[in-house]
Design a protein around this ligand. Structure first.
Ligand SMILES: *Cc1c(COP(=O)(O)O)cnc(C)c1O
Length: 326
């Protein structure tokens, strides 16, 4: 098994930059998780660095995971496995086989792709894991989107980086917005904040009224919230009862526009505007959709004069799919 130098050394804090404006009566900042220097970056690269440690520790010789043809997670896991010199097996729904940039990259990294009807995913995963074990292999399974405790742990670091930035600059964010999919990123951010608030309280400081708002890109509110809460519980473990507060978990499905991958012409316009005025690419499935949702949320809630941080969670190859479709 080969080592990946970047993951050995640890991921450096990603930049937080002020945006140029023109998005309304607030100060907008953006945290560039898309610039994590592995496989076009994004929150899946951050999560992968944690899974890397687990895979190394258990000496797996093949990674098994799940995702669609557009999956950023599958691209990064296939890339990581190739770099480590181990095999990668991806289970993918057969319903949509359009070859997007992420699909092509997964193929180029030499991963095997097994398709099945979306309703048979979990059975297919179980059978594949069993077959591999019987053949004497040592497979490591990662849930779709890098969901699970290592992923949450990785995303709690994102929050800690934000807190350090606030300390160093004296700028405090009233709101933090981000795209919420499997809920791992939100679970990490909220857990990081709950831990930081507890530390502040212990040292007699005020925790402040910062809100973290997950913009759902697919799930309805009831299910989305419950998955995030469950991930927070898994991550905080024994400290969950003491630290968890329901009002710290804000998840809105008001901007999911009919479900996964769906978006309106206004989202496309917002993406073009951000690219033109800030030079930052965003995709239509996650980041552009959530950024547009944030602007609408801010308007609907009449927010003014606030410091607002948007977490850019990556997905750069999907930006190029967007360009080709226009
Ligand atoms: C997966 C993904 C998300 C959602 O993150 P979760 O941790 O699954 O909620 C957001 N943005 C991009 C670009 C992603 O690939």
């Amino acid at each position: 098994m080969r080592k990946i130098a970047l993951f050995e050394q640890g991921i450096s804090p990603t930049p937080i930059v002020k945006m140029s404006g023109g998005y309304g009566e607030n100060q907008y900042y953006i945290k560039r998780e898309d610039l994590i220097p592995f496989s076009f970056g994004g929150n899946k690269a951050r999560k992968a660095a944690e899974f890397y440690k687990e895979i190394k520790a258990c000496g797996a010789d093949i990674v098994v995971t799940y995702g669609s043809n557009s999956s950023n997670h599958c691209r990064i896991i296939a890339n990581m496995a190739a770099a480590m010199g181990i095999a990668c097996h991806i289970i993918s729904p057969e319903e949509n086989r359009e070859r997007l940039y992420n699909t092509r990259l997964v193929e180029d990294f030499g991963a095997t792709i097994e398709t099945c009807p979306v309703t048979e995913v979990s059975g297919t995963i179980d059978r594949r894991m069993e077959t591999l074990r019987q053949a004497g292999r040592n497979p490591y399974f990662i849930m779709g989107g890098g969901h699970g405790n290592p992923g949450t742990r990785a995303c709690a670091d994102t929050y800690r980086e934000i807190a350090v930035y606030e300390e160093q600059t004296g700028i405090s964010f009233d709101y933090i917005f981000h795209a919420s999919g499997t809920g791992t990123t939100q679970a990490g951010l909220v857990s990081g904040k709950l831990q930081a608030d507890a530390e502040k309280k212990e040292s007699g400081r005020c925790a402040g009224g910062q809100k973290i708002i997950g913009i759902s890109i697919a799930r309805n509110e009831a299910r989305g919230r419950e998955v995030v809460r469950q991930s927070i519980e898994d991550y905080l473990g024994a400290r969950y009862e003491e630290l968890y507060r329901d009002e710290a978990l804000i998840f809105t499905d008001e901007y999911c526009m009919g479900g996964y991958g769906k978006y309106t012409p206004e989202v496309a316009q917002t993406i073009e505007k951000v690219m033109q005025s800030d030079g930052i690419p965003m995709d239509t499935t996650y980041v552009g959709k959530a950024f547009h949702g944030m602007i609408q949320y801010v308007e609907a809630h009449g927010l003014q004069g606030k410091n607002i941080l948007f977490v850019h969670t990556g997905g750069t190859p999907l930006y190029f799919d967007f360009l080709e479709r226009r």
